[in-house]
Ligand binder design. Structure first.
Ligand SMILES: NC(=O)c1ccc[n+]([C@@H]2O[C@H](COP(=O)([O-])OP(=O)(O)OC[C@H]3O[C@@H](n4cnc5c(N)ncnc54)[C@H](OP(=O)(O)O)[C@@H]3O)[C@@H](O)[C@H]2O)c1
Length: 330
């Protein structure tokens, strides 16, 4: 296939491009930067410019795979490529849904209203912007030639957010001599993590397929303590696990989900429990294959070593964790 990746210099786009090359396809990436995999042709362009796609719009493509967030970028690409590309695959997100509360909701769940402007300015515009992008793809290419992949939390080796690596790094390198690791007590909180490599391989499968569709592309949903157990198993951790009450952790300034001083992946609000527990029946029927979380975490533990990729990008520092453990022990 001749595949055009709009992106390719960041994590998912790079993984898609690399998998395409391995699959024997001719791959072109279009981005401003230069970090694309070997074997890929790079067209450097800024999609803020109206003529950004001029060079690639004259060529024929079997599939376009787009990771954009800005409606203006997607509208221009659809305008410029709909006559020369067979199919358009758009990487969207579960953040397009109006509610994150329901467990097991499928792709027919209500969406947020689309962003009314062409450019997303604030982080809270992310979901509405992706809705506007989805609409532009389906309007331009039609439902038969469009694939909308609404990804859940993407994880695996190289995760730039540090959310995948925190727990395995923490269990591999405890902050204290007792080997204790502090976790939030969240027995019913669902987590789901789709391996970036599984998502990339599935998008390539769909790129060569014949039908369009809208799909939730999420990892298997499991309770948070199971994720913790798997992280311990793959790192051989045998020390104590100190599960602390959620309210106490919030009072101590522990943050949720990602970033500094966070307990990565953790969310308190029950209205967000459905975010990691959406139906993936359609994607599985369309060929999505999910490797076991054990493999994702083991590969992450092996590749994203502390000191190789710098300090932990997300989560508690050693000092912060020791201090919280001391305070909790009282
Ligand atoms: N991480 C998650 O857990 C998660 C969950 C759900 C969905 N998603 C979706 O998954 C995708 C992640 O994709 P990713 O990791 O490859 O990329 P990304 O971090 O979203 O980066 C965007 C890509 O687009 C390119 N780009 C941005 N602005 C551009 C411009 N003005 N002109 C040309 N190119 C531009 C960037 O390249 P340059 O900067 O080099 O130009 C980069 O390759 C996104 O669609 C995201 O919304 C992520």
């Amino acid at each position: 296939m001749r595949i055009l990746v709009l992106g390719g210099t960041a994590w998912l786009g790079h993984t898609i491009a690399a998998a395409s090359v391995r699959g024997g396809h001719q791959v072109t990436c279009l981005a401003r930067g230069t970090g694309v995999p070997p074997g890929v042709r790079l067209v450097r362009a800024d999609r803020d410019q109206d003529s950004a796609l001029a060079e690639v719009a004259t060529e024929r493509w079997d599939a376009v795979i787009d990771v954009a967030r800005q409606p203006a970028h997607v509208r221009r690409a659809v305008r410029d490529l709909r006559d020369t590309a067979d199919r358009y695959l758009f990487v969207s997100t579960g953040n397009v849904y109006a509610s994150q509360a329901e467990i097991g909701a499928d792709e027919d769940a209500e969406l947020l209203p689309p962003l009314s402007t062409e450019v997303m300015e604030a982080p809270e515009d992310y979901g509405p912007a992706k809705v506007a992008c989805e609409n532009a793809v389906i309007e331009g290419f039609g439902p038969e030639r469009s694939v909308i992949a609404r990804a859940g939390l993407i994880g695996g080796p190289g995760d730039p957010s540090g959310r995948t690596s925190y727990w395995v790094q923490r269990f591999a390198s405890p902050s204290n001599d007792a080997g204790a690791v502090l976790v939030p007590h969240a027995p019913h909180f669902p987590t789901a993590l789709i391996d970036v490599r599984d998502l990339a391989e599935w998008l390539l499968l769909l790129a060569g397929g014949h039908h369009g569709g809208i799909f939730n592309a999420f990892g298997a949903s499991i309770p948070f303590p199971e994720h913790i157990d798997i992280a311990r198993v793959v790192t051989g951790h045998t020390g104590p696990v100190v599960a602390v009450p959620e309210r106490w952790l919030l009072e101590q300034g522990g943050r949720q989900w990602s970033g500094e001083r966070s307990l990565p992946l953790w969310l308190v609000d029950r209205d967000w429990y459905g975010m990691n527990a959406r139906s993936t029946t359609r994607a599985i029927a369309a060929g999505l294959r999910l490797r076991p979380l054990r493999e994702t975490l083991a590969d992450t533990a092996a590749q994203d070593l502390p000191g190789v990729h710098g300090p932990l990008d997300a989560g508690l520092t050693d000092d912060e964790e020791r201090s919280l453990l001391d305070t909790f022990a009282g």
